[in-house]
Ligand binder design. Sequence first.
Ligand SMILES: Cc1cc2nc3c(=O)[nH]c(=O)nc-3n(C[C@H](O)[C@H](O)[C@H](O)COP(=O)(O)OP(=O)(O)OC[C@H]3O[C@@H](n4cnc5c(N)ncnc54)[C@H](O)[C@@H]3O)c2cc1C
Length: 317
Amino acid sequence: MNQDIFVVVEHLRGQVADISYIMLAAARDLAQATGGEVVAVLLGHNAQALASNLAANHVLYGDHSSLAEFTSDAYTQALAGLLSKEAPRAAFFGSTSIGSDVAGVLSARLGLPLVSSCVQIADGNLISQICGGKIMAESALSDEVTTLVTVIPGGYKPAQGQAQTSPAVTTFEVSIAAPRVSLKQYIEPEVADVDISAENVLIAVGRGIQTEDNLELAEELAELLGGVVCASRPVVDQGWLPTARMVGKSGKSVKPKLYLALGISGAPEHVEGMADAEMIIAINMDPDAPIFDIATYGAEIDLFDLIDPLLEALEGA
Ligand SMILES: Cc1cc2nc3c(=O)[nH]c(=O)nc-3n(C[C@H](O)[C@H](O)[C@H](O)COP(=O)(O)OP(=O)(O)OC[C@H]3O[C@@H](n4cnc5c(N)ncnc54)[C@H](O)[C@@H]3O)c2cc1C
């Protein structure tokens, strides 16, 4: 086994996903502790240009027509061969639907340990969230086999994993035997009333908002601040807001200038979609709510004690 940290680059329709850059930043911290290098693993077809700004010591690029679009089948076949041959100390995957799919299968197929929801590296160990972020776990890398890791946003910014100069790229041989799955088509979401991913100010409501009627308070705040209301999954699951307003793993990724989170706990699946907001203000009654770990400012307060005075202050401003 060598001491390198592999990062499996996630990309879709010609765009490298932010989670890839976040993983590269985390991998750099880990490689400093192991004494290895950060190696980005890029899979695709005619996709080598995507390597241009990856902050890695070098890039291993695997090209195959079956890798033109992501399928778990083709990715796991390509990666099983590479990981078995190269035996890096750790391999990072995004804690996304793509990364979790691939890492889980590889863990089972190759018999490798998998640490999920890693958010930070500390002294060469993996710090990860469990129970929706209420408990933090610290794991050491295996000394004997490659440790697979899924990474969630929150600990690093995408800019930390982007380079000004292109890394060296080496092509590796990919063998994919008769792929069993292929992509038929992308199904685009229905056109929404607003595109929350393009908004500068988002007032995000979570289960703490309690009733549908209370959404009106958030709407008033949004109007005064020139933004729109979005939500965590429970609010959308109740049917109080359309799916297009959901932030997170099953919803949209947003990067507003201001994200005001009202009664949102900060579960990893939610944080995945909003950790890169420029400023996060969290309002929550629970001092241990994980949202405070990533908030720029936080207030441990009942949101209903805050909204009325805030509306008054904004109206008078
Ligand atoms: C595969 C999968 C995908 C998922 N995808 C998503 C996704 O895309 N987006 C998403 O959001 N979730 C997603 N989830 C769900 C996610 O795990 C959490 O359950 C969800 O984010 C929790 O939403 P919440 O923070 O609103 O609710 P809760 O976790 O119940 O938190 C409510 C918070 O409100 C606070 N609160 C309550 N009353 C008040 C008050 N009066 N004033 C102030 N604070 C108050 C509480 O202290 C608590 O912290 C997914 C889960 C799975 C398994």
